[in-house]
Design a protein around this ligand. Structure first.
Ligand SMILES: NC(=O)c1ccc[n+]([C@@H]2O[C@H](COP(=O)([O-])OP(=O)(O)OC[C@H]3O[C@@H](n4cnc5c(N)ncnc54)[C@H](O)[C@@H]3O)[C@@H](O)[C@H]2O)c1
Length: 240
């Protein structure tokens, strides 16, 4: 399950699941590139893992093309794209009060960001000859989300992934989708905090009741799916 000689890009690798994954992949010998909008946390994670950092807003196509141009000129290929950048906004907001601005921002980061990232990664993944794409979606794709915008966006990410998996297969690019659930990250903790405020309960109590998983647990799955040991797996949706 080693990752020596792999060039792995973690988009959204500054915090949470992306950070844990970048850390584990680097530990297993990969050359990791972290791309994120959060420059401070991104540089911190990159420094701690001996990786490189490129500031990117996934909603900007020019940022995304600049990112892949840099990877192309430095490495000439990309072996693994892990698309972890995401946003959850509008938690517990009734549909009548959910603004179009919130809807659009969440859709742009989660759906447009995933689309742009995979689109511009594909030429570099083809050069790898055994490329891997791992999309971070969510069980929210199938209902139960605290945010209508987030749930709808994750439906889009999962459908993008399962539609693309078969189309990329002839180029020996294998794509899988992950639906993590209830993982202790800044995103999840912010939703629990909003819930605590809404219910007038303590954050500690709700965290204790939430049965949170750790980002390192998701990282172990992603690192394995990125490795050649998972060669036969494509087009799957993995759920915690
Ligand atoms: N934590 C959970 O329980 C959980 C459950 C299901 C799915 N997920 C998904 O896992 C992925 C990682 O989330 P996380 O929980 O680690 O949250 P997180 O907030 O810690 O990580 C998200 C990362 O995306 C980055 N990001 C946000 N907007 C960006 C933009 N416009 N351009 C570039 N980067 C941007 C953030 O800076 C951050 O580093 C997300 O796609 C999330 O939807 C998380």
């Amino acid at each position: 399950m080693q990752l020596q000689n792999k060039i792995i890009l973690v988009v959204g690798g500054a915090t949470g699941i992306g950070k844990a994954t970048a850390t584990l992949c680097a530990k297993r010998g990969a050359q990791v590139v972290i791309a994120d909008i959060n420059e401070t946390a991104g540089i911190e994670t990159a420094t701690a893992t001996n990786s490189s950092f490129i500031k990117v807003d996934v909603t900007s196509e020019s940022n995304i093309t600049a990112l892949y141009n840099k990877i192309d000129s430095q490495y000439g290929r990309l072996d693994v794209l892990i698309q972890a950048a995401g946003l959850l906004k509008g938690a517990f907001t009734p549909i009548e009060e959910l603004t179009y601005e919130t809807w659009k921002l969440v859709m742009d980061i989660n759906v447009k960001g995933s689309f742009l990232s995979v689109k511009h990664a594909t030429p570099l993944l083809k050069k790898s000859k055994r490329g891997v794409v791992l999309l971070l979606s969510s069980g929210a794709a199938q209902g139960g989300s605290s945010s209508y915008a987030y749930g709808a966006s994750k439906g889009g990410v999962t459908s993008l992934g399962i539609t693309l998996a078969g189309k990329l297969a002839p180029d020996n690019i294998r794509l899988n989708v992950l639906h993590p659930g209830n993982i202790r990250t800044p995103m999840k903790l912010s939703v629990i905090e909003a819930d605590a405020q809404k219910r007038g309960e303590s954050m500690d109590k709700l965290v204790a009741e939430s049965n949170l998983g750790e980002p390192e647990g998701v990282a172990r799955i992603l690192a394995w799916l990125a490795s050649d040991d998972a060669d036969y797996l494509r087009g799957n949706v993995f759920t915690r």
